[in-house]
Structure formats: C-alpha cells, structure tokens
Design a protein around this ligand. Structure first.
Ligand code: ZN
Length: 240
C-alpha cells in the first residue's frame, strides 16, 4: 500500500475516465489519495439541454465515475464549459495554487499542450495547471501530462507507433483495471460513450497501458513505470 496524493486537474466530466481511468483506479486501489479537480461541469456537452440541466446531469455522472474509480474527492472550479480560456488567469491560478497547498500532492496530472483533442478548455487548463504548479513550489512533487496515444484505443501489448513528444514517458500498466475503466466510462451516459457493452468484454478492446510525460522536474530521459518518485525507472521498448 502507498499513501501518496495524486491531484488530477481537468476541464470536463469524462476527461478523467477515457484517457486515464485505469491509472486513477490503480493508484486509488493501491492506497493513494486521488483528488480530482474539474474546471467546468460540462454545461455545453448535452445537445438540447440547457447549461443548468446539463451541468446537473454531468456532475452526477462524474460523481458516479469517481465512485467507481475510487477517487477521494471531486472539486469544481466553477467555470462555464467552453469559456475557460477567457477566465481571469489570476483568479484561476489563485484557486489552483490554493488547492495544491491544501491537498499537498506528490503527483499532479493535467493535459499536455495539445489538449489531446485540441479543445480550448483542455489547452487552457494545461496552461493554468502548469503555471500553478510552478507557482505552488510543492516540495518533491512531479507534474505529468496525459500523453496522446492511439494505443489507448487498441488492445493489450500495443505500444504507440508514433513517438510521444515531451519528457520521459511513464507507461502505466492498467491491465487489471480495464473493467473498472469501462464501468467509469459508462457512467458518462450523456456522452454516448464508446465501449457500451458488458464491461468484461469491452475491457478486452482497451490498451493495457496509459501514457504520461513527465513535465516537472525536467530530469532523466529514462522511461518510468510509476507516477510516484519511488517507482523504478526502466528503458522503454524500441519505438515506444
Ligand atoms: Zn474534455
């Protein structure tokens, strides 16, 4: 068992389950305190629903997914879906630095500069979280970015064919947590999630690894198999 704290800072309900649900479940199950911060409630994410209605539905879905993943807590920054990039940077940074001081994370995860899908909210939370991390000066903490990887849509044993840009890559083995990941994705029913069949069957279509790049501290070029500092560093396979 481990007792570190993992703080995940994302933009919308469902950002946590699709790219990294296996990793969150794994660390929560191993005893880490996993705290999720979501900048919006996904107000713009349900066609035909008002922002208020959509926010209520999506907050409920996110809390259900967080429960499945074993997260310690979910907090919202209170911004409107689609408008994070126009928020007052000083205000967002103050919120995030305060949260970091409160939760004292050993590891912080957010989107990389590409925002995976390029969504402006994803890119905005990437910048805010990186700046807040630098400002908070947490002793010994690491900052990771979610690495874009087609491997997350493929089966076990697949390493990403395109090189992952950025610092050392952490390849987290989530093989034992794929059913949990599918269950968490299925909580986001309003988003018509893929993998909607029986979780045990759908899990076999998911990749065994989720990938992250180490952004802070800027250090060695070795691959990692653990997000926390006590994890062993290993070399990645060729092409990985
Ligand atoms: Zn999103």
């Amino acid at each position: 068992m481990m007792n570190g704290t993992l703080l995940v800072v994302l933009a919308h309900p469902d950002d946590e389950s699709f790219p990294m649900g296996g990793t969150l479940a794994k660390y929560a199950m191993r005893g880490a305190r996993v705290e999720l911060v979501c900048a919006t409630r996904g107000e713009a994410g349900i066609p035909g629903k008002s922002p208020v209605e959509a926010a209520q539905i999506r907050e409920r879905e996110l809390r259900a997914a967080a429960n499945v993943l074993g997260l310690a807590g979910v907090r919202f920054l209170g911004y409107q879906d689609g408008q994070l990039a126009t928020a007052n940077p000083d205000y967002v940074l103050t919120q995030l630095v305060t949260l970091m001081w409160e939760t004292r994370p050993d590891v912080v995860i957010t989107f990389g500069p590409d925002g995976i899908s390029g969504h402006p909210d994803h890119i905005a939370i990437h910048h805010f979280t990186t700046q807040a991390f630098d400002r908070a000066k947490l002793t010994g903490a690491r900052l990771f970015y979610i690495a874009p990887s087609e491997a997350t849509r493929q089966g076990c044993g697949v390493t990403p064919s395109s090189k992952i840009a950025g610092g050392p890559v952490a390849a987290i083995d989530v093989n034992e947590y794929l059913v949990t990941k599918v269950r968490a994705m299925q909580c986001h029913a309003s988003q018509n999630p893929p993998f909607s069949g029986p979780p045990e069957e759908e899990a076999q279509r998911l990749a065994c690894h989720e990938y992250f790049t180490l952004a802070r501290p800027v250090a060695s070029q070795k691959g990692l198999t653990d997000l926390f500092a006590f994890g062993a560093a290993v070399s990645l396979p060729q092409g990985g």
